[in-house]
Design a protein around this ligand. Structure first.
Ligand code: SF4
Ligand code: SF4
Length: 56
């Protein structure tokens, strides 16, 4: 399952730059992950200051 970003996201943008496949983009009130593109590498979870990306 792809990673998903929970409502804990504070829209800092750190994860977007870290994703090797550019699956993350700014959404409405939080960042979002394109499930079809995500390779489940976990890099976004590693850089997020609030632990918002979780494995879906
Ligand atoms: Fe991108 Fe990896 Fe996060 Fe998926 S788990 S959104 S591929 S950084
Ligand atoms: Fe949101 Fe975390 Fe990504 Fe920052 S790093 S945009 S808080 S999910």
């Amino acid at each position: 399952m792809a990673y998903v970003i929970t409502d804990e996201c504070i829209s800092c943008g750190a994860c977007e730059a870290e994703c090797p496949v550019s699956a993350i983009s700014e959404g409405d009130g939080k960042y979002v992950i394109d499930a079809d593109t995500c390779t489940e590498c976990g890099a976004c979870a590693g850089v997020c200051p609030v632990g918002a990306p979780v494995q879906g």
